[in-house]
Design a protein around this ligand. Structure first.
Ligand SMILES: *[C@@H]1O[C@H](CO)[C@@H](O)[C@H](O)[C@H]1NC(C)=O
Length: 358
C-alpha cells in the first residue's frame, strides 16, 4: 500500500467524526462538487470549471471527462472492462436538475467521450437515451472524435486471461455450455438438448465480481447560481454479456438531480441497483424532509433487504450542501470540494451495521 494512500486514509479517519451528513457550509454554500470514489483529479477539474463560473452541467462534463481521459480505475473511459467479446463500450449520463433534462448513451462503441456524447443527446435532441452503434454514429456526426478503438493492451490482456480461465467468472446463470465459454444454452428448457450434448457439459458458475470490476464515476455539482447537475460515466462491468446496459445511463438509478432538493450519485452492482432506482428514492426522501445520511442509508437498506449479497454505494447531497454516503458489501469513499475546503477531501463510509446482513 503506497504511503500516500495510508496518509490519505488516516487523514480521512480524522475527518470522519465530523461528517455523517452534517456539514453545512456557513459562508456561501456554493459551488460544491461531490463524486463517487477518490477521483480527486475529476473533482478538481469540475471544481475549476464551476469556480470559474461555468454551469453545473458544464462542470459535471468537465469532471467526468477528466475521469474518462485518466481512465479512472480502468472502469471509466476507453481501454477497460472488456465484454465477453473483448470489446469495451461506454455508458454515460448527464442530468440537469433545473428542468429534469437528461441525455444518455449506452453500449456506445468507437467513441471515447461518453459524457460529452450524453450532453449532445441532452442539448441537441428531444430524446433521452441513445444506444449502441447508432449512438456512436450520432456522437461522431455531432463532432466528437471517432471511430476510435476503445480497446487497450490492458483490456485485451485481461480478456485473454479470462478466456484462458475458461471465461470465469461471467454473468450467465442457469445455463449449460460445452466448453464453459459458450455458446450457452438454457438449462431448464433444454433438457433434451442437454442430454444430446457430449459428456462434460458444464454449468457456468455465477459471477463473483471483483471490487473493481464495476466502478462508476457519478458526480454532482451545485454551481454558483445554486443550480444542480449530475453526470456518470463508466465502461460497465467487465466480462458482461454484449449488449448489457447497467445503471450508469439510467436516470434515477446511477444519479438524479432536482434543483429544488439536491442530488445523488451511485456506484456498484448496477444490474441489481437499477431495479430500485436508489438515487430517485434518495432525492424523493430528501424532498420529504429526510436528512442526506438517512436518505442514503434507507435507499441502500431497501436493496439489501432483497439482495443481501449486493455490493453498492451512493452519496446524497442536499441543496444546503449537506452530504453523506451509505454503502453495502464494501467500504465506500466519495470526494468533495466545497467553498470551505482548500483541497478535495475524501470521505470514507463503512457499511452500516443495519444493512450488513452477511
Ligand atoms: C484495438 O486495440 C487493441 C489493443 O491495442 C488491439 O489489440 C486491436 O487489434 C485493435 N483493433 C483494431 C481493429 O485495430
Amino acid at each position: 500500500m503506497p504511503s500516500s494512500y495510508l496518509h490519505c486514509f488516516f487523514f480521512v479517519a480524522l475527518l470522519l467524526s465530523e461528517v455523517c451528513g452534517n456539514r453545512v457550509g456557513d459562508s456561501g454554500r456554493y459551488p460544491l462538487v461531490v463524486s463517487t470514489w477518490p477521483f480527486v483529479e475529476a473533482v478538481r477539474a469540475a471544481w475549476t470549471a464551476v469556480d470559474h463560473g461555468l454551469s453545473a452541467v458544464d462542470a459535471v462534463v468537465e469532471g467526468c471527462s477528466a475521469c474518462e481521459e485518466l481512465r479512472c480505475d480502468g472502469t471509466v473511459g476507453p481501454g477497460g472492462s472488456p465484454d465477453e467479446n473483448g470489446e469495451t463500450t461506454i455508458d454515460a449520463l448527464v442530468m440537469d436538475g433545473v428542468m429534469m433534462e437528461v441525455g444518455a448513451v449506452a453500449a456506445m462503441k468507437y467513441v471515447k467521450d461518453g459524457i460529452k456524447a450524453a450532453k449532445l443527446v441532452m442539448q441537441h435532441t428531444q430524446h433521452t437515451l441513445l444506444v449502441g452503434e447508432p449512438a456512436s454514429a450520432f456522437a461522431i456526426s455531432m463532432g466528437l472524435p471517432g471511430p476510435t478503438n476503445l480497446s487497450s493492451p490492458e483490456s485485451i490482456n485481461k480478456w485473454t486471461k479470462w478466456k484462458e480461465d475458461l471465461c470465469q467468472p461471467n454473468f450467465r446463470k442457469n445455463v449449460l455450455s460445452v466448453d464453459s465459454c459458450g455458446p450457452y444454452h438454457p438449462k431448464d428448457t433444454a433438457n433434451s438438448c442437454a442430454q444430446a450434448n457430449p459428456v462434460g457439459t458444464i454449468e457456468s458458475s455465477p459471477a463473483r465480481v471483483g471490487l473493481h470490476s464495476h466502478d462508476t464515476i457519478a458526480m454532482a455539482v451545485i454551481d454558483k447560481m445554486g443550480f444542480i447537475a449530475v453526470g456518470t460515466s463508466t465502461n460497465g462491468a467487465a466480462f458482461k454479456i454484449p449488449g448489457r446496459v447497467g445503471d450508469g445511463p439510467i436516470a434515477g438509478s446511477s444519479a438524479y438531480a432536482d434543483n429544488d432538493v439536491g442530488a445523488c450519485g451511485a456506484t456498484g452492482d448496477g444490474d441489481v441497483m437499477m431495479r430500485f432506482l436508489p438515487c430517485y428514492q434518495v432525492v424523493e426522501s430528501m424532498r420529504r424532509g429526510m436528512e442526506p445520511k438517512l436518505a442514503a442509508e434507507d435507499a441502500i437498506l431497501r436493496i439489501a433487504q432483497k439482495y443481501p449479497d449486493f455490493v453498492g454505494a451512493l452519496f446524497a447531497v442536499n441543496k444546503e450542501g449537506e452530504h453523506a454516503g451509505a454503502c453495502h458489501g464494501w467500504t465506500f469513499q466519495y470526494s468533495v470540494r466545497s467553498m470551505e475546503m482548500e483541497e478535495v477531501e475524501v470521505f470514507t463510509v463503512r457499511p452500516s451495521t443495519v444493512s450488513m446482513s452477511t
